[in-house]
Design a protein around this ligand. Structure first.
Ligand SMILES: *Cc1c(COP(=O)(O)O)cnc(C)c1O
Length: 470
């Protein structure tokens, strides 16, 4: 591709992106295709000779796009959002054109220094105290892995990387059962082992860890000769928004010298609004906090910020050249690859810089406040319908509900059929979960371009399809 073609196709790609976004309301959120259809439509072997861009681009439009689930659709109410505000897409065009590796300061000085600044902008935006620094990881899963490795190394007096885990005391990590599966995987990958992830019982509307039980478990483990290493608390769990009492967890961590990691991957974005910060009161006592600007806030995937109180601990765990420890802070150089598991790193700070400047915190707060209000409004409307029940009250913009099955019919079966019918209809997209063993349907409002009318349509679609099924 020569420069003139590059220019032409870049323009066409940008035009396509704009038309695509503008057309989303007219598309089904989830495609009506069967597994294997797209796979079979793609040639089984690579081409030996060059093909014209016209044909490649046409195939993209004809074969790929109809098989996509549209995550930027204004009526995507499933999972959590993965918002890509248009301005962050523009930043990503630029990043992809430069395609720089941002592993060391000298491999991308501006990317490193902008990242330092933007992480601190976000620290201020979330109301975190000075003293937290941080890094942009690719995902919350990576950030949580980095935190678990740090708590492991700290508990083992920095000998785990060197000696391995054989022959060490058994490490123990504590969390509720409301945390994301990325915590399980971090526990597996770090060699701590699922059996040493101690699940603390939860109670109350927000399914918070019982901190007396947490403390008792730590004491009992110590007495049994095990090695408590850390606590993982969540704010806005994936299933129904389960939220721990962070101040209480931090107090336990402090009393027992344990590392506290807080997973606020989704809910963290809402903390730009001071009125929601009570959900993570006490967070300044955490050692590590992760939140994903690539979820609710609008920074194109991937973009996950890990705040840490003691970057030295993270670097000591992950830097392959501990020599850098000696110079860090003296010459002001940060080599961010020493703060994360992968070596190569994309330039992720640019899209946040663009996003924060183009919308301002006030613009983003307004969006989040709208989502919370619309979601609360929908929960209230559904709760008033005789054949619906709320299963969990709104936590920010997430709640869950159930439709009452006909007498004698299986309620779980009925609600699974309902989600399926709703998603096949295509006007909205929802996902299910289980609450106390029973199926519930999740709803979250969080799309960058959603309006109140889109949420109203969710009410119409859910009630219409439920009654048709029943
Ligand atoms: C989405 C989510 C994760 C995983 O995030 P990735 O960035 O996809 O790894 C972890 N924890 C919570 C609470 C989440 O909502």
């Amino acid at each position: 591709m020569d420069n003139e073609e590059f220019r032409d196709w870049s323009r066409r790609a940008a035009d396509w992106g704009v038309d695509y976004r503008a057309s989303l309301r007219d598309r089904p959120v989830r495609p009506a295709i069967a597994p294997g259809e797209i796979f079979r439509s793609i040639e089984a072997s690579p081409p030996e000779t060059a093909e014209p861009m016209e044909k490649i681009f046409a195939d993209f439009e004809e074969r790929i796009v109809p098989g996509m689930t549209h995550w930027q659709h204004p009526r995507f109410f499933a999972y959590f959002p993965a918002n890509a505000a248009p301005v962050s897409v523009v930043a990503e065009y630029l990043v992809s054109a430069m395609a720089a590796q941002c592993m060391l300061w000298q491999t991308s000085p501006a990317a490193t220094e902008l990242e330092m600044r933007i992480v601190d902008w976000m620290r201020q935006a979330l109301g975190l105290p000075e003293g937290f620094s941080g890094v942009i990881q690719d995902s919350a899963s990576s950030a949580t892995l980095a935190a678990v490795l740090t708590m492991r190394e700290r508990a083992l007096d920095w000998q785990g990387n060197r000696q391995g885990l054989a022959g060490q005391a058994k490490l123990r990590v504590y969390s509720s059962d409301q945390v994301h599966t990325s915590i399980d995987r971090a526990i597996w990958v770090s060699g701590i082992g699922e059996e040493n992830l101690v699940r603390i019982p939860v109670s109350g509307r927000f399914r918070a860890m019982d901190t007396a039980a947490l403390e008792a478990a730590i004491v009992a483990d110590r007495e049994a000769g095990l090695l408590p290493a850390g606590i993982i608390a969540c704010v806005g769990g994936t299933s129904t928004g389960g939220t721990d009492d962070i101040a209480a967890a931090a107090a336990v961590a402090k009393r027992h010298g344990l590392y506290l990691h807080v997973d606020a991957a989704w809910a963290g974005s809402a903390m730009i609004c001071p009125e929601y910060r009570h959900f993570w009161a006490g967070v300044e006592g955490a050692d590590s906090i992760v939140f994903n600007p690539h979820k609710w806030l609008g920074a194109q995937f991937d973009c996950s910020i890990q705040f840490v109180r003691q970057p030295e601990d993270l670097v000591r765990t992950l830097a392959i050249k501990p020599d850098y420890l000696k110079t860090r802070g003296h010459d002001g150089i940060i080599n961010y690859s020493e703060w994360s598991v992968p070596l190569g790193r994309r330039f992720r700070a640019l899209k946040l810089w663009f996003l924060l400047r183009a919308h301002g915190l006030e613009g983003l707060r307004k969006m989040i406040r709208n989502h919370v209000a619309w979601s609360e409004g929908l929960a209230e409307r559904l709760a008033k319908e005789a054949d619906f029940e709320l299963v969990t009250e709104p936590m920010l913009s997430l709640f869950s509900f159930r439709h009452r099955a006909a007498p004698g019919a299986d309620a779980d079966e009925h609600n699974l059929r309902l989600v399926d019918a709703i998603n096949t209809d295509g006007r909205i997209y929802l996902t299910q979960t289980r609450v106390d063993g029973r199926v519930a349907i999740r709803f979250q409002a969080g799309q960058f371009e959603s309006t109140a009318a889109d949420v109203d349509m969710a009410f119409d679609v859910v009630t219409e399809i439920a009654r048709h099924l029943a």
